[in-house]
Design a protein around this ligand. Structure first.
Ligand code: BEZ
Ligand code: FE
Length: 333
């Protein structure tokens, strides 16, 4: 088939090569009268080798005007075909993969991105992250953004709390400085923060929480310092009620992420960084379902008694604190 197509139009081209039968003509074997037809049939009968198919698919992109697109698609074809050959992909497996990707597409909506989740759980998101980071020493490392970030979180006063609902979790005071790699404080830097509640859910997942619960933005003053109250985040499973969850279950993988606070830290003239602060005591640090843990992002949440100075008003139990600086690279690097 592939060879026939190259001759100019699939099976249709054979019909065009067939001599017309008319009144008064005797029917002769086509092989005698139309050598091109004979050659085409012979060629079509020979099974195309995997190499021929890969070469034809690769060649089909030769004329792509955008050089980068041409490169991306030709390498994709080569790697995809090499994978199919290496594993001896069966028709049934190919059909199962198509059905899985179809389900993944059907699971996507304005509120859910199952393809990104698939990329996350296959380690592709963190691989892309690693390929982007040309990290200078001391710059805060990035990790996955995740699906629960909401644009336009409320700008909150420095030192205030992102918890809008009682029962959101155990209070945790977070403070530090935002600096450039030259050590200078970054004035007007914005920390966009979001996290889950004690029930493991982000507000966007949980109709019982106020929509802006446990998220907010804080802008540093001239000293680059910041502080806010959050709650101690908890371990939680990524959304596993869809195709990605079925993939994890079928392969004996768990869906859990180690407890973390999300931040995007940005400042004029600097590379923004999407990052996490992970709880050092989490049992999932070594098996994050989306491979997002980097050692430099693991921190200690310090426990305090209810009577220690700084305790939140009206709180009579353990509370936590965390001090952490963020260092941004200049935008041109
Ligand atoms: C998150 O941390 O919110 C997250 C990241 C990747 C996939 C699912 C959730
Ligand atoms: Fe998260």
């Amino acid at each position: 088939m592939a060879n026939l197509r190259r001759l100019g139009g699939g099976e249709g081209s054979l019909t065009r090569l067939t001599p017309r039968r008319g009144r008064g003509t005797t029917r002769r074997p086509v092989s005698e009268s139309v050598p091109a037809y004979h050659a085409a049939v012979e060629h079509a009968r020979r099974p195309s080798s995997p190499e021929d198919i890969t070469a034809a698919a690769r060649k089909s992109f030769d004329e792509a005007p955008d050089a980068r697109l041409r490169f991306l698609l030709q390498r994709l074809v080569e790697h995809l075909h090499a994978y199919a050959c290496e594993v001896g992909l069966t028709k049934a497996e190919w059909e199962a993969a198509v059905a899985f990707l179809t389900d993944t597409g059907h699971s996507c909506s304005d509120r859910r991105q199952e393809f990104v989740l698939l990329s996350d759980t296959l380690g592709l998101s963190m691989l892309v992250d690693a390929l982007q980071s040309h990290l200078q020493a001391g710059v805060t490392e990035s990790t996955v953004l995740g699906p629960f970030h909401v644009d336009g979180s409320p700008l909150r006063p420095m030192g205030s709390s992102i918890a809008e609902q009682e029962g959101s979790g155990e209070p945790m005071f977070v403070s530090g400085n935002v600096r450039g790699i030259d050590g200078q404080p970054l004035a007007g830097a914005v920390l966009d923060v979001w996290q889950n509640a004690a029930n493991g859910l982000y507000a966007v997942q949980d109709p019982e929480q106020p929509f802006e619960n446990l998220r907010g933005r804080f802008r540093t003053g001239s000293d680059g310092a910041f502080s806010f109250w959050a709650v101690r985040p908890v371990d939680y499973p990524i959304p596993d009620d869809g195709p990605v969850g079925r993939m994890l279950a079928a392969t004996g993988r768990h869906p859990w992420r180690p407890a973390h606070l999300h931040l995007v830290v940005s400042a004029t003239g600097c590379h923004p960084v999407a990052t996490h602060l992970f709880d050092r005591t989490s049992p999932y640090l070594g098996s994050d379902a989306v491979f997002g843990v980097k050692p430099s992002l693991v921190v200690d949440f310090l426990a305090h008694g209810p009577h220690e100075p700084g305790a939140p008003e009206g709180w009579s139990d353990t509370w936590y604190s965390l001090e952490r600086d963020f260092v941004l690279a200049p935008a041109e690097t």
